[in-house]
Design a protein around this ligand. Structure first.
Ligand code: GAL
Length: 988
């Protein structure tokens, strides 16, 4: 038996498909068909059509919930998820797919309500089914549809019957449409969004579009009502605006001036409840008045430039996959708001329709993207790419029509996106032409239109800082990627967005602030969308029941892309990463600039909202302890303006660091955050220089002689020059460490900047260079151990097997009063060819029945920071448990580094860090595992049991960058091999 012909056909569907329309709240009767369905899974698509038979005995079938993905049900009984980024998990043989094609047969009965209006048509709506499905009602075929994340209605009026009805749906995981759905995400088959039976009264509203506009304080509506004559008169009512328009016939439907009205913006998402009532149906909408416009190279809403501080948002949940859960989605969006996210790109398909209601309500600028990606053709030189093949034109147009029509009423949507990474071609251009004809009120985006032939904004992903700067700069002669000079000139006349940047995989990204600085400097640059909002981990258990978040390869996939799906600002379990805190800081809508004359200039960087919702708190701290605090009197600051405010006189302590912190906090609660939530903050160092420190300095030691055996210095005990005990506890070290467990960015090598400006060596990751040079396996040779009264000195040569490169490490322990000072001098040999991950020393603190519980420190915190991701760190006194000092990234990697530490207490050991010759302070990492152990684990649960806590004092760490899919660490934040000094004093 052959697989059915429709699995070799590029048509988007067939049968009683109904033209797309808005997803409206209506009082027309509807019956949810969500719930338990009969389910049978077959490994092949070559099947008889028995699923449709009314008399079929399905009592032996399983039950499966709708909505759900079958691979996430039944604990593996129905197959497992597959993760690929670009690769197709089936042969590139368009439009065909293999016979090995998991096929789910679904059946259920329902009772047609007896009270549905006479003469109403009956429509069956599927909001999302992956990937191709065929529908029968009472044994009669209704139709076939594709477009996994697109709604499809079928007219079933002629086949639905009074009383009991049998609905059967056959879903194939793979179909020709899969070639159009090659997004970087899990392949998750099944009926995963709602199924609804809807009555369509003959005098009802087939569709309603209330296009709104706003200018100069006044709003208007350009309504479009699609209905039969019998539906009229139709009335539009907006009680909050006193609007009531009654149209006797279709020809009367026309523009309505609503007069003075507050506009809708992402900052102030003012919505107005509206109803549109025909004789047979009333629909409810929430209107926001706003106008979107491109003027020259500016993207404007309500006449003001928009800067996107956006996130790429997939629908991903560790248990439900892409099944929508409204409370979770609402909380997720509220979380975005709390972190100063103001925009969402719905990568790479329309989300559940309710998400747009939430975006309207909470306030986000949304780029709504069509469900389209053919990335897997790139590997083959884009040969056969559907985007340029007339055979697929209908499918492309069908997709964009269904995208735009469903969501066209939402004020939050300010741009349509044709899809993602689908090469280029006539079908994309045709989609764009269709949108331009249908919706003149929103521009069209598609990143793959490099030359700007058919789209309205210039969009790129992962362009480097220098390249982005070139794009923003007038008069730059640099060629633009894949553009002729003329095409490049045209692109420069358009607003620019980074539809993806700052790849947030694992520990990172770095350089968020550098991109933000460009957006400040060049108005053509309109910000961008971080890749991406969430990790897509799937909650799984090991054989012994240990839970973990699975990624590619964890389900035995034939081809997969590993943990490339774990690249979010939020971990799979909703935990915000330090990268998200960094984003919140960089994207903060309020900025502070302190001056030396006792004032602070507060700048409102918002689109249009004033600062009336904010309160400005301040506090002064002496060595991290609050000495004074208050509230600043700040007048209302209009968007785009600044105000200078005098600061109160601060108490200054002669022997402590004095820092001023200013915070803009919410003066009252909002739907997304409580009163007091910090929107923006800044610190200023007010320490008098120099500090009148009375601490004695280490004396110059003379009289060295060779040392042997055990030696005591204060509370420290050494054996053979090695520390074995300190302050009554077993401690060994210090041992030089150059290695850190490579981050995903350290492991990134494929990316190279086409403009050649990122300094990356294409194809060779930093991590592979580190391993090649043995940084993870250093060995030590003690050269000298010497003692003098009150002092101990060691000299060690450190190198790696088969390497002539080396370092000399000198440690000098000196008693200074009752304190013990340690000075470590690290000096590399010439010729180190690679950046270093870190330069620091490790102390081992064995449990000895008393494991270290955590750390208290005075330094930067509270979260980890690295040279190019440090803007959100604040000086203060912090405490954290050992576990909380590390971030459980999906693949274990470097984590936990706290920068610029002044004081640190760990397990009764107190130390004070002293600046090196250039005033630099060390950082620390406190962890239960060595970098070598961490680097060997693929998941957190694979880390070995530990009986030791490791304290690293790092003179420096390498930056983070975003080379997992983007630029390498910027040179300024790269750790070049060089001599370094570490100085600490034990005993506080
Ligand atoms: C982009 C793509 C995204 C994602 C990202 C890397 O090229 O559009 O879907 O794959 O790279 O994580």
């Amino acid at each position: 038996m052959l697989a059915p012909a429709y699995l070799h056909d590029t048509a988007p569907g067939s049968g009683a498909r109904v033209a797309p329309r808005s997803w409206l709240q209506s009082d027309a009767p509807a019956l949810s068909l969500n719930g338990a369905w009969r389910f049978r899974l077959s490994p092949t698509a070559a099947l008889p059509d028995d699923v449709a038979e009314v008399g079929l005995d399905d009592s032996g079938w399983d039950e499966l919930p709708v909505p759900a993905h079958w691979v996430l049900q039944g604990d593996g009984a129905y197959g497992r998820p597959i993760y690929t980024n670009v690769q197709f998990p089936f042969p590139l043989d368009p439009p065909h797919v293999p016979d090995e094609n998991p096929t789910g047969d679904y059946r259920r009965t329902f009772e047609l309500p007896g009270d549905w209006p006479a003469g109403a048509r009956v429509v069956l709506r599927f909001d999302g089914v992956e990937s191709l499905y065929r529908v029968w009602l009472n044994g009669t075929e209704v139709g076939i549809a594709t477009g996994s994340r697109l709604a499809q209605e079928f007219d079933v009026t002629d086949v639905v019957q009074p009383g009991t009805n049998l609905l059967a749906v056959r879903v194939h995981q793979w179909s020709p449409a899969s070639y159009l759905e090659d997004q970087d995400q899990w392949w998750l088959p099944g009926i995963f969004r709602d199924v609804t039976l809807v009555a369509r009264p003959s005098d009802g509203l087939r569709d309603v579009w209330l296009r709104t506009g706003w200018a100069d304080g006044a709003g208007w509506i350009e309504p479009e009502v699609t209905a039969d004559d019998s539906a009229f008169p139709v009335a539009l009512r907006i009680p909050s605006l006193g609007v009531e328009a009654v149209w006797a016939g279709r020809s009367e439907v026309g523009r309505i001036e609503v007069g003075p009205v507050e506009p809708w913006t992402a900052e102030n998402p003012r919505l107005h409840d509206a109803t549109v009532a025909s004789t047979g149906e009333t629909v409810s909408l929430r209107l926001g008045f706003r106008s979107v416009e491109i003027r020259g190279d500016r993207f404007l809403v309500n006449g003001e430039r928009v800067v996107f501080h956006g996130m790429n948002r997939h629908e991903a949940h560790p248990v439900r996959g892409r099944v929508f859960d409204e409370p979770h989605a609402r909380e997720d969006l509220a979380r975005m708001k709390r972190f100063n996210v103001n925009a969402i790109r719905t990568s790479h398909y329309p989300p559940h329709p309710r998400l747009l209601d939430l975006a309207d309500e909470l306030g986000f600028w949304v780029i709504l993207e069509c469900d389209l990606e053919t990335h897997g053709f790139e590997k083959n030189g884009w040969i056969g790419n559907p985007s340029d093949d007339p055979a697929w034109r209908d499918a492309y147009l069908d997709r964009i029509e269904r995208t735009v029509e469903r969501d066209k009423n939402h004020p939050s949507i300010v741009m349509w996106s044709l899809g993602n990474e689908s090469g280029t071609g006539a079908n994309l251009a045709a989609m764009s032409a269709w949108v331009h004809a249908r919706d003149t009120g929103r521009p069209v985006h598609y990143e793959g239109d490099y030359t700007g032939d058919y789209t309205d904004v210039y969009s790129r992903m992962y362009s480097t800082v220098p390249e982005t700067e070139q794009i923003g700069t007038d008069g730059s002669t640099a060629p633009l990627l894949r553009c002729t000079p003329a095409q490049g000139a045209r692109q420069r006349t358009k607003p620019f967005i980074l539809c993806e940047y700052a790849h947030a995989m694992g520990n990172g990204p770095g350089a968020l602030d550098q991109y933000e600085a460009l957006v400040d400097a060049h108005p053509r640059l309109h910000g961008g969308f971080v890749w991406e909002w969430r990790d897509h981990g799937i909650l799984t258990r090991t054989a012994d029941g240990t839970p973990y978040y699975a990624y590619g390869g964890d389900f035995g996939e034939v081809v997969h892309d590993g943990n490339f799906v774990m690249d979010g600002m939020v971990l799979s379990d909703d935990t915000p990463t330090p990268g998200l805190y960094e984003f919140a800081e960089v994207a903060a809508p309020v900025r502070f600039a302190f001056d030396r004359t006792g004032g602070v200039t507060i700048e409102n960087r918002r689109h249009s909202a004033p600062t009336d919702d904010l309160r400005f708190d301040w506090r002064a701290e002496h060595d991290g302890r609050v000495a004074a605090s208050g509230v600043l009197a700040v007048p209302s600051i209009a968007a785009g303006s600044s105000v200078r405010v005098e600061l109160p006189g601060l108490p200054v302590a002669p022997d402590a660091e004095t820092w001023l912190t200013v915070e803009a906090v919410l003066a009252t609660a909002t739907p997304w955050a409580p009163e007091g939530h910090v929107v923006a903050s800044a610190q200023d160092d007010r320490t008098p220089r120099p500090l009148s420190s009375t601490a004695p300095t280490a004396p110059r030691v003379t009289g060295w002689r060779d040392a042997e055996g055990t030696l005591a210095l204060g509370s420290a005990v050494f054996e053979g020059g090695r520390l074995i005990e300190l302050a009554g506890r077993a401690v060994s070290g210090p041992r030089l460490e150059l290695f850190r467990a490579p981050t995903d960015n350290d492991e990134g090598g494929a990316y190279s900047d086409p403009a050649g400006s990122d300094g990356a060596v294409p194809g060779v990751s930093s991590a592979s260079l580190w391993r090649a040079h043995g940084l993870d396996r250093l060995v030590h040779r003690q050269v000298a151990v010497q003692e003098a009264p009150g002092a101990l000195r060691t000299l060690t040569r450190v190198s790696a097997a088969d390497s002539a490169l080396s370092l000399t490490v000198e440690t000098l322990w000196t008693l200074v009063g009752d304190r013990l000072e340690l000075r470590v001098e690290v000096e590399p040999s010439a010729g180190w060819p690679t950046v270093w991950p870190r330069v620091g020393v490790r102390f081992d603190l064995p449990d000895d029945g008393e494991p270290i519980t955590g750390a208290e420190w005075f330094g930067l915190g509270p979260r980890e920071s690295y040279p190019d991701s440090i803007r959100s760190a604040r000086l203060g006194r912090y405490a954290a448990t050992v576990d909380d000092l590390s971030v459980p990234y999906a693949r274990p990697q470097e984590t936990g580094h706290r920068s610029a530490v002044r004081e640190l207490t760990v397990g009764g050991l107190a130390l004070r860090a002293l600046p090196d010759g250039r005033g630099r302070l060390p950082g620390f990492v406190l962890t239960r595992h060595t970098p070598q152990q961490i680097a060997a684990a693929a998941h957190p649960h694979e880390l070995p049991a530990s009986e030791t806590t490791y304290l690293f004092l790092d003179a420096a760490q390498h930056g983070l960058g975003s080379r997992a899919c983007g630029p390498d660490v910027w040179p300024e934040f790269s750790l070049r091999p060089e001599a370094r000094t570490l100085r600490v004093r034990f005993g506080g």
